[in-house]
Structure formats: structure tokens, C-alpha cells
Write a protein that binds this ligand. Structure first.
Ligand code: SF4
Ligand code: SF4
Length: 498
């Protein structure tokens, strides 16, 4: 069944496709590089705790980092080989700081260690399946890399599988659906079983005809339906997708679970099924290599930890016009200063733009109050007002204008005729406010510590005073005890002299 969208999300814009996967070329395997660099933190939460030593040999899929307590994910060796080091390396992160990574030298055999497959997963308890996703290091493959077991821990009535790649150039989910539609559908059954969902919607965009054909060739489980949405940016945003498919809006400051809905990427569903049914830990993913700056763009099956420079080489290397390297799409991607960063679990696209497709070269002009940015904002914000308040860090106005409701989709940037880097201002303001919030929290914690120390000192002083008073009364107590002993002896029940 093909469901029609019940509603359209607010704002948004139609962008030219540029999807690397549109030519329907098969996914290419990326060969193993001479060295894999596996960051301990490549997911939401705390870093994994390394559980291997330098010089140790490992097999593909063997744990190299345990999940920390609380939010986090386990890490596994992406190939068999030797641990060459555990050291700080540059990782793709907005902070730009180096982070600890496990370095693995492949041994050329690529022998695998798998977890015991759960063949009868359809009958297994949800807790067993969640434990398996945790053990396999599953995180969301749509980009946010949120640990999957944590996201699925609360029951929901509706599961949405997100196959809507809203940003231009990115085609990894399209390619996966074309080639592994059956795995995605099995993954949908599995995830629906875990959260107890009675309804599952598998959403793709109307410019993915081959993916749609592949999905339609598969039998859909009961309660599962396909939805084909008009390709409109940022359709793949969690809140926008929920609004388009259910007509419901996630409340301000709320989460999809407040509506009884959970959204998972299609690649996450396929990886979850492989972790459960085949016992495979998450050690590879499909990555789109795209843009006018690479010679042979396409979709690649890449081991986690593969250096981007190596991946670009497999795509034929850079063209002479390569000017800018991004991890992710052109609107929300992270600009990289060089290509020595590794592919992580959340890396969906490596994009190399040329001077014509790079907006940086255009000078910023004054705002002409055209209102275009407000028209396309999917969060119904006033972007031009927000950037004015962000420039002066007016906390009250930023809060009143919903700064933290901004999903940093960059739609406003895209349409601004004055080339104002609006999203850069929002990121700056959010970072400043978070830092101030952290400083406030630290000041409050210090005050609490000071007050609790004072209370403890007062309590100890009171206890000491009570002890002194008890000591002062002690002679009377001793005298009373002597008196009781004498009375006992006189009555004949006391201790007799031998
Ligand atoms: S689109 Fe740019 S110029 Fe137009 S109102 Fe928004 S910020 Fe100002
Ligand atoms: S980046 Fe923020 S303000 Fe700009 S369109 Fe997207 S949600 Fe709206």
C-alpha cells in the first residue's frame, strides 16, 4: 500500500537533486586501507572504554571498546589485524579537537568473529533484542549516531523508517534500498517488534523510483505501509517527517516519544537485522562520495575508521577544480580542513565541491528584510530576527524567538539574497548560551556544595556539644549504676564472692 502524506511540513524548499546514487550504479566495496583509525567517541553520549592493548591481534567484529555506563555505544574491530596504538587523532567533530582512537593495521585475512545469531528473533523477548543491539554497537546511521538501544527502550505505537534523504548529493540510503530492500523490511519488523509498534511507515521520496520498485517487490508485513513524499528539503528531519506523515507536531521542547512515535533511518534498520539475525557488529556502512571535486563519484561500502583520503582515492581522486571538502550534505555538512579524518558510524556522505558550488566566496551584504528566510524555515522561526539577537547575544530575545528550536537545516542560508551566514550565527549563539548554562550550573553546584558543607559543620558541632553534655552528666550515671549493683547484691541475686 502506498500511503499519501497527511500533511506537509512547514517551510522547506525544493533543491536540485545532484544525487550520486541516481545513476543506479551498484554500491562499490572500498578496499581496506593500510591503517584504520577508529575513534572511541563517534556516537551520542560518552566515549567507549578501550578493551584492547597495543600489539594485540583482533578479528573483525571483536570488541575493541566497551560501552560506558549511561548513554554510549560499544566499538568493534572493523577488520582482523593488530592494534598498532591507542592515541589522539583528528576526528570529524565541530570542536576540531583530536580524540582518542584505536589504530588497527589489517592483516590481510579479514577473519570475522560474530555474535551467536538469534535465528528465532521474531519470538525473542524485546529485552534480548535490545541487549543484542547494545552489544553490536548499533547507533543511528542517519547522521546523529544516537545509540539505537537507548532510542528503542520506550514502547511506541508507531515506527517510522526514514529513507528520505533530503540533502542534495547524498544517495547512500537510496542505494541501500535498491540493493537490500529485503533487509530493510526485515529490520522494520524487528524494530517494530522491539517497541511494540502496531503501525510502521516506510518513507521515501518521489525521486527514488528504483528504491520504490525494490520495496514494492517485497511482501510488506502486516501494519507496514510505504509512503512516497515529495522531495523537499528538509524532509528527512525527524520532526518534519513526523508532521508530513501523521499530521502531528512534536511539541516545543518535546520529543517524538511524546507522540508515541519513533523514527529510525532505513540503514539502521538493516544493520539492526544483521546484528540480530547474523550476529554482525556494526563495522561498516554505505557512504556516498559525491561532488564535482571527485573523478568517479558513487556509493561505497566502507569500513568504519577508513581515512577519507583513502576513500577519495577509490573514487578516482580529486579533480583539478576541487575546492571544499564536506562530511555530509552541502547544507548541514561539516567542513573539513583536510582529508585525514576517518569515516565514522555517522558519516553518510563525503562531498567535494568546486568554486562554483561553494557559497563562501560570495560577500555578505546587509539584510534587506525580504522575508525569504522566514518563508522557508521549517521550524516557523524568524531567522533574520534571530541572527540580529545572536550578534548581540540577547539571551531573553533568543529564548523568546526559539533559538533552540532551530534545527540548523540551513534552508534560510540557502535562500538569503544577502549571503548572510545565518546558521553560523545560530551555532555561535547556541554554543555561547550552552557555555553560560554550564557556568551557571557550576556556580549553582558550588553554592550547593558550600551550603552542604556549612550544614555538615553545624551538625558536627551540635553532635560534639551533645557528647560533651553527656560526658558532664556521666558521674551521676556511674553513681546510679553503682547504686543498682549494690541493691542487687543486697537482695541476694548479685555476684557472689567465691
Ligand atoms: S533572507 Fe536574508 S536578506 Fe532576506 S530577510 Fe532573511 S536575512 Fe534578511
Ligand atoms: S537553520 Fe534554523 S532558522 Fe534557518 S531555516 Fe533552518 S530551522 Fe529555520
Amino acid at each position: 500500500m502506498i500511503a499519501r502524506p497527511l500533511a506537509r511540513f512547514d517551510g522547506g524548499l525544493r533543491l536540485p537533486g545532484h544525487r550520486a546514487g541516481k545513476d543506479a550504479a551498484p554500491i562499490r566495496p572500498c578496499p581496506l586501507p593500510p591503517l584504520l583509525v577508529v575513534p572511541l567517541l563517534q556516537h551520542a553520549g560518552a566515549p567507549a572504554l578501550p578493551c584492547v592493548e597495543v600489539g594485540q591481534t583482533v578479528q573483525r567484529g571483536e570488541p575493541i571498546g566497551h560501552a560506558p555506563s549511561g548513554l554510549g555505544a560499544a566499538l568493534h574491530a572493523p577488520c582482523s589485524g593488530r592494534v598498532r596504538g591507542i592515541e589522539a587523532r583528528p576526528v570529524p567533530h565541530p570542536s576540531g579537537l583530536a580524540q582518542d582512537c584505536v589504530l588497527i593495521e589489517p592483516d590481510g585475512h579479514d577473519t570475522a568473529a560474530v555474535l551467536p545469531p538469534i535465528a528465532d528473533w521474531i519470538a525473542a523477548p524485546a529485552s534480548t533484542l535490545l541487549d543484542r543491539l547494545h552489544a553490536a554497537g548499533l547507533v543511528g546511521l542517519g547522521g546523529a549516531a544516537f545509540p539505537t538501544d537507548a532510542k528503542l527502550a520506550v514502547p511506541r505505537h508507531t515506527l517510522i523508517l526514514n529513507g528520505a534523504e533530503c540533502e542534495p548529493w547524498i544517495g547512500c540510503d537510496d542505494a541501500l534500498l535498491r540493493e537490500r530492500a529485503a533487509e530493510v523490511i526485515d529490520g522494520a519488523r524487528l524494530l517494530a517488534r522491539i517497541v511494540g509498534a502496531t503501525r510502521c511507515i516506510l518513507a521515501i521520496e518521489d525521486d527514488m523510483p528504483q528504491a520504490l520498485a525494490a520495496l514494492r517487490a517485497q511482501p510488506l508485513p502486516p501494519g507496514c505501509e510505504l509512503a512516497v513524499l515529495p522531495a523537499r528539503y528538509p524532509q528527512g528531519g525527524e520532526r518534519q517527517l513526523i508532521q508530513a506523515l501523521t499530521g502531528l507536531e512534536v511539541p516545543r521542547g518535546g520529543l517524538p516519544r511524546d507522540l508515541g512515535v519513533v523514527v529510525q533511518n532505513v540503514a539502521t534498520a538493516a544493520a539492526a537485522w544483521r546484528a540480530v539475525a547474523l550476529g554482525e557488529a556494526l563495522v561498516e556502512r554505505v557512504v556516498t562520495v559525491a561532488g564535482p571535486g571527485v573523478r568517479r563519484p558513487g556509493n561505497f561500502r566502507v569500513r568504519i575508521g577508513t581515512p577519507i583520503a583513502w576513500l577519495i582515492e577509490q573514487a578516482g581522486g580529486y579533480t583539478d577544480s576541487a575546492a571544499r571538502l564536506l562530511l555530509g550534505g552541502p547544507l548541514m555538512g561539516l567542513a573539513l580542513p583536510h582529508d585525514e579524518f576517518p569515516v565514522t558510524k555517522g558519516s553518510n556522505c563525503v562531498l567535494v565541491l568546486d568554486a562554483h558550488t561553494t557559497r563562501d566566496s560570495q560577500p555578505e551584504l546587509p539584510c534587506i528584510r525580504c522575508g525569504e528566510c522566514s518563508r522557508v524555515c521549517p521550524a516557523r522561526l524568524l531567522p533574520q530576527q534571530l541572527q540580529a539577537y545572536a550578534r548581540v547575544l540577547d539571551v531573553a530575545q533568543l529564548d523568546a524567538h526559539g533559538l533552540f528550536d532551530c534545527i540548523e537545516c540551513g534552508a534560510c542560508d540557502q535562500v538569503c539574497p544577502s549571503h548572510i551566514p545565518l546558521v553560523d550565527w545560530y551555532r555561535y549563539a547556541k554554543a555561547e548560551l550552552r557555555a553560560r548554562g554550564a557556568a551557571d550550573a557550576e556556580a549553582k553546584a558550588a553554592k550547593r556544595r558550600f551550603e552542604s558543607r556549612n550544614a555538615r559543620l553545624e551538625r558536627e558541632a551540635a553532635e560534639q556539644a551533645a557528647q560533651r553534655a553527656a560526658k558532664a552528666a556521666a558521674p551521676d550515671a556511674v553513681q546510679a549504676a553503682i547504686e543498682r549493683a549494690r541493691k542487687k547484691r543486697d537482695s541476694g541475686f548479685g555476684i557472689r564472692d567465691s
